[in-house]
Design a protein around this ligand. Sequence first.
Ligand code: ADP
Length: 529
Amino acid sequence: MLGGMQDWPLRVMRLLDHAEREHGSREIVSFYAGGEKVRSDWRGVARDSRRLARALVRMGLKRGDRVGTLAMNHGRHLLAWYGAIGAGGVLHTINTRLFDEQLVYIVNHAEDRVLFYDKSFAPLVERLKPRWTSVEHYICFDDGEFDALLAGESDDFAWVEGDEREPMMLCYTSGTTGNPKGVLYEHRSTVIHAMMQISPDIFDLSARSVVLPIVPMFHAAGWALPFSTAMVGGKLVYSTDYTPAVMCELMRDEGVTHTAGVPTVWLALMQHVEATGAGLGKLSSMHIGGSAAPRAMIRYFTERGIRVGHAWGMTEMSPLGTVGAATGDWDELSFDQQLDYMCKQGRVPFGVELRTVDGEGRVLPRDGQSSGRLQTRGPWIIRQYFQDSNGPIIDAEGWFDTGDIAALHPNGVLQITDRSKDVIKSGGEWISSIDLENAAVGCPGVAEAAAVGVYHPKWDERPILLVVKREGGDVTPQAILDHLSGHVAKWWLPDEIVFVESLPHTATGKLLKTALREQYRDYKLASAA
Ligand code: ADP
């Protein structure tokens, strides 16, 4: 029996319809490196997205076809988001920091038919074009190409409708072992994630919010801010330039109230504010995630009257899992107790369930002591990767293993203690230990190699490479670095190469990475001095 209510499918384009209808004049500001500032509003975004959707359909885009973007944060990129989704396509945001082999893999695996890109990535596009097998249309955001495309279309277009469970966005994550994996978001999962995200304990967004997302739009759906800001009719401020001076200027000139990004960018901002005395304008809320937020950082911004939301999430979680919002007994806690709480990863909103399990899969108590594999489930959490032969990756009860190791506290607070996945996170981006190791053993004179992430104050983690030399070999650190340079991105290169006599192995002969991580946990990098 049905109840007495109406229904409509929870489709993402309804967010834009709402923003256009109810908050049409609320601004979208784009600052382009070099100094150009472009202003639009939700009405303009809706109109131009219809034009773009029309153009995409005319180019032959069919429902479910992937549309790639290789771009920084700006208003034209936002149009590509809503235009592609409105045309019935699946928006695929590509991480611009990946290196050639990964970019070739991802675009071919996604079978992108159209690729929008920033002019700054034109050399990369030219280089990889011959290896991208599915792309039929390349459209540059700059030099008038994108604008001319829009100008040539009418805005008479009705969004492609369909089921709320249809996919609308694809984000690849390299935070797993092996090839990058695609996470396919659905209209419904995205809309209910946005409903949760705007709520007071999470991002606390409203029609009064002015949001400056520092997190790139290609990273985990830009932490979903393009959707949640539309839902409330907030103002969006984008910048392709992240230097702290530009951020401070934008915050002041545009009245920014909310911002979000990884610890590395806030560290640079802190240093800039300290050195120059620059103000943060009306900033009232800052979300820090992607890596653990350091206590000194949380203290620094909290003391300046900013609400710091320490967030934990994953691309596989759309991406929000927890935020450290104030609790009922907040006012009774001392400032240091509040900081203790905020250094942990926070509490779940409705819609996310967490549990920790031991090595045998037994559920651990929420005692704040027992550490185990962190698992999660809920309606915006992954079921299976895109076109992955492994099929569903959740257990019979729907639990997804995050690859994080954590303790849950009696009050529901999550505390990440370690990671079981063999990856290194530097400045918010993943480095694959296995790829580094495989590249290193290809270097003459190297018998075996293990890449381990060690603490770095700026980047959170940096890789070091432990190397066992081949018998009688005389390989040097420089020779290994030179060899690696031909295989991995420059920012992946290990900060140090440490020669060791031997490396520990499991019974089956695999590198015992947990033991190595433990052993090198407190390793002091010269680059961190
Ligand atoms: P994002 O960086 O956008 O959160 P990713 O999918 O790239 O998404 O990375 C998710 C992983 O990053 C988590 O599984 C965890 O290992 C790590 N991570 C994210 N947020 C935090 C945090 N606040 N503290 C510690 N680790 C975190």
